[in-house]
Design a protein around this ligand. Structure first.
Ligand SMILES: [Fe+2]
Length: 285
C-alpha cells in the first residue's frame, strides 16, 4: 500500500522532510511506515505542525517512554524578558555548550533514544540546529581507524563539557541542573550498535573524554579529531527553523548542535526527550 505521507530525503547521508501528514492524527499503518522511515533516515522534519504541548508529548510517547516530557530551550525567561548573551548565566552557558556537537544524555546512566523538538518563536536568522550522521561517519573511517575505535571507550559527563564554558552547577541558578549526574561517570564504547537496525555508529561528541589507556592530551586530541572528521558534508545538515516546524531524531546514531543567533531576539523551542532502552542504551558502568 502507498505511504500516507510524502517523504523527501535531504541532500545528505540521512534525514528527510515529511509532508502530507499531521503527526497528531496518524493511524497504526501510517505509524508503522513513519517509524520505519525514522529508523532509516534518523531525522524526520515535519513543517507546519504547530503542535500544542500536549500534542508534542503525545507524539513523542509513540516512540517510547519519555526521559522528560517537555523542556523549553529558550532565551526567554519565565517573566517574559530576554536573557541576553552578555548575562552569561548558567542558562546561557548551557545554550552555548549545546553549540558543540553532542548526543543527549550520554552523561546519564541511560542515554536518550531520541527527541521531538519544535519551534514556537524563531529569530529571523541564525539559531539553526545541526545534525550529523554517525553511521555514515563510522562507515567512512579508514580500516585502521575503524579497528582502533572498535576497542575504545570514553567517559561522558556534563560536568566535563560544561566546565569548558566555566559552568559549574550551583544552587539558585535558573538552570535546573538536569544532567549533572553525581553517580559513577558513565563509560561508553566509541562504537555503538543500534539496537533496532544493527548499524554501527560513532558515539563521540562534547561530553566524551578520558579514553582509558590514553593520557588526557592524547584522548582529547583523538576525540576532537574524530568529531572533526565525522561532522563534515555529506554527513551534516543544518535546519533553518520556521515557527510550527517539528522534528524527531534518533539520538542513538546522530549528533546534534545548536548554532548562534542574536540573543537580543527571542527564540523559543520545545524539547521532549525519549528515554533510551535501559539495556541497549545503558553505560558500561
Ligand atoms: Fe542536545
Amino acid at each position: 500500500m502507498a505511504r500516507m505521507f510524502d517523504i523527501a530525503p535531504l541532500d545528505a547521508t540521512f534525514g528527510a522532510v515529511v509532508t502530507g501528514v499531521k503527526v497528531t492524527r496518524i493511524d497504526d499503518a501510517t505509524w508503522r511506515d513513519l517509524h520505519a522511515a525514522w529508523l532509516e533516515y534518523a531525522l524526520l522534519i515535519f513543517p507546519g505542525q504547530f503542535l500544542s504541548r500536549a500534542e508534542q508529548i503525545a507524539f513523542a510517547k509513540r516512540f517510547g517512554p519519555l526521559e522528560f516530557e517537555m523542556a523549553p530551550i529558550s532565551n526567554v525567561k519565565a517573566d517574559g524578558t530576554i536573557r541576553i548573551e552578555a548575562d552569561n548565566d548558567d542558562v546561557v552557558k548551557v545554550l552555548k555548550g549545546n553549540m558543540g556537537w553532542h548526543a543527549d544524555s550520554t552523561y546519564m546512566p541511560v542515554q536518550a533514544k531520541g527527541a521531538v523538538f519544535s519551534a514556537e518563536v524563531v529569530p529571523g536568522e541564525g539559531g539553526r540546529t545541526g545534525w550529523a550522521d554517525m553511521r555514515a561517519a563510522y562507515d567512512a573511517l579508514d580500516a585502521a581507524r575503524r579497528v582502533r575505535v572498535e576497542s575504545l571507550t570514553a567517559y561522558h559527563s556534563l560536568y566535563y563539557s560544561q566546565a569548558k564554558l566555566g559552568h559549574q552547577p550551583k544552587r539558585g541558578s535558573d538552570y535546573s541542573g538536569y544532567g549533572f549526574h553525581d553517580g559513577p561517570v558513565p563509560r561508553r564504547p566509541l562504537v555503538k550498535v543500534h539496537p533496532e537496525t544493527g548499524r554501527k555508529s560513532l558515539l563521540i561528541g562534547r561530553h566524551a573524554h578520558n579514553i582509558p589507556g590514553m593520557d588526557v592530551a592524547e584522548s582529547t586530541q583523538f576525540l576532537e579529531s574524530l568529531v572533526d572528521f565525522a561532522c563534515q558534508p555529506p554527513r551534516i545538515y543544518h535546519h533553518q527553523w520556521t515557527a510550527g516546524d517539528a522534528v524527531v531524531w534518533d539520538n542513538r546514531c546522530l549528533l546534534h548542535r545548536a548554532t548562534p543567533w542574536d540573543m537580543t531576539k527571542p527564540r523559543v523551542m520545545w524539547h521532549s526527550r525519549i528515554a533510551g532502552d535501559p539495556v541497549s542504551e545503558a553505560s558500561l558502568g
